[in-house]
Design a protein around this ligand. Structure first.
Ligand SMILES: CC(C)(COP(=O)(O)OP(=O)(O)OC[C@H]1O[C@@H](n2cnc3c(N)ncnc32)[C@H](O)[C@@H]1OP(=O)(O)O)[C@@H](O)C(=O)NCCC(=O)NCCS
Length: 346
């Protein structure tokens, strides 16, 4: 059983079911109302790969942090860090993080690196400990319940005007997902840095990570590369396709199941990660993922849709969403990494 750490005012210990209200009380307004923690908190507690911690002052929750063990136990991804607004700037975040690092060293000695994702312009002090290893552009839009049908029509028209000859991408079974890397897709073509981004989670393509995503019901959508297409279509069709698609490397996207967010009744957040640099593929993947997600909404529910993409697609996909209501949350998603074996923890 892990012991708690006592500082002059702050006590850090494992988070429990009973801390939910306290953690929610310090989370108000976080991430402009699209915070994932209210929805995930209890499921996270049950996950054997995750550890969650609360910082308390005078018995009251003033901070929260967690990590998830991934990549076969080599990497810990820190997620959910937050400090009560009345306690910010007092070093609580630093204390929580050092507690996580010490716990990793003592309880999970196979972990050699720590990763996190954050938005653009992280505080300079973070870059003393972490270095940036990857970034993706972010486009996010709000689509009200009334706009959903029209949105699909608009996106369909914008897809079909660019890809009349396109071979539809396919949603994969997890048996196919396990054979993708290495296999019909190449990491070096589609996954810069060698890892997947699933929503804000940077992980490698190893089996255990894919199993995690299966449990979370992440939807894999794939456009296979040229050779695979040849098998299916025959060469004459392929000739047309080649005009507008980067058929040689294929394209991949992940659609994470939507979840309700605190922003308002019936508002759901949808995360779509796209992998590859071909604009035509990107558009059709977003359309397919969006349509698939919308099927699960009930009447009157709306979506805040986040798309994470290669920077080179930013201009083209901005045009794809032209006229939609922007949800201005961030411009970029950064992946930061730190070598846990080399840092000094005070
Ligand atoms: C970001 C936040 C947790 C900082 O809390 P804080 O207690 O004011 O931070 P402090 O000034 O006391 O401590 C700063 C330490 O946290 C680190 N830090 C700041 N922002 C961070 C972040 N987003 N992720 C990880 N570490 C962060 C700093 O590098 C610094 O580290 P050091 O002590 O080793 O120098 C707080 O502002 C917050 O809750 N914001 C809203 C939620 C949020 O944006 N969370 C970040 C998720 S990526």
């Amino acid at each position: 059983m892990m012991s708690s750490v006592l500082t002059p005012d702050i006590r850090i210990g494992p988070a429990a079911d009973g801390d939910y209200e306290g953690v929610m009380a310090i989370s108000e307004g976080i991430y402009m109302g699209v915070d994932y923690l209210p929805y995930r908190y209890h499921a996270w507690l049950k996950d054997p790969q995750r550890r969650m911690f609360v910082a308390k002052s005078e018995g009251k929750v003033v901070g929260f942090d967690s990590f998830l063990l991934v990549d076969d136990g080599i990497t810990a991804v820190v997620q959910g860090l937050r400090v009560a607004d009345w306690m910010r700037g007092c070093g609580v975040a630093g204390i929580l993080q050092r507690f996580c690092f010490k716990t990793l060293r003592s309880d999970h000695p196979t972990v050699t690196r720590v990763r996190l994702t954050t938005v653009e312009n992280p505080p300079a002090t973070m870059l003393n400990t972490y270095h940036i290893i990857h970034s993706k552009a972010v486009i996010s839009v709000f689509i009200s319940a009334e706009q959903l049908d029209e949105t699909i029509k608009i996106l369909e028209s914008r897809v079909s005007s660019t890809c009349d000859n396109c071979i539809p991408p396919v949603f994969l079974e997890y048996s196919d997902v396990h054979n993708l890397f290495p296999g019909r897709l190449k990491e070096e073509d589609l996954l810069p840095g060698g890892f997947l981004m699933q929503a804000w989670l940077p992980i490698t393509t190893n089996k255990a990570n894919l199993d995690l995503m299966q449990r979370w019901k992440v939807q894999w959508l794939c456009s296979y590369p040229c050779d695979a297409l040849c098998d299916v279509t025959g060469s004459s069709e392929l000739h047309d396709v080649k005009g507008s698609f980067d058929v040689n490397i294929g394209f991949l996207s992940l659609g994470s199941p939507m979840f309700p967010v605190p922003l308002g009744e019936g508002k759901h957040r949808l995360n779509i990660d796209v992998f590859g640099t071909d604009l035509s593929f990107a558009k059709i993947h977003i359309l397919y993922q969006f349509k698939e997600a919308v099927k699960k909404l009930s009447t009157g529910e709306s979506i805040i849709c986040f798309v994470y993409l290669d920077e080179s697609l930013h201009g083209g996909l901005n045009d794809f969403f032209e006229g939609f209501t922007p949800f201005k949350f961030c411009r970029e998603q950064l992946v930061l990494e730190m070598d846990l074996t080399s840092i000094k923890i005070a």
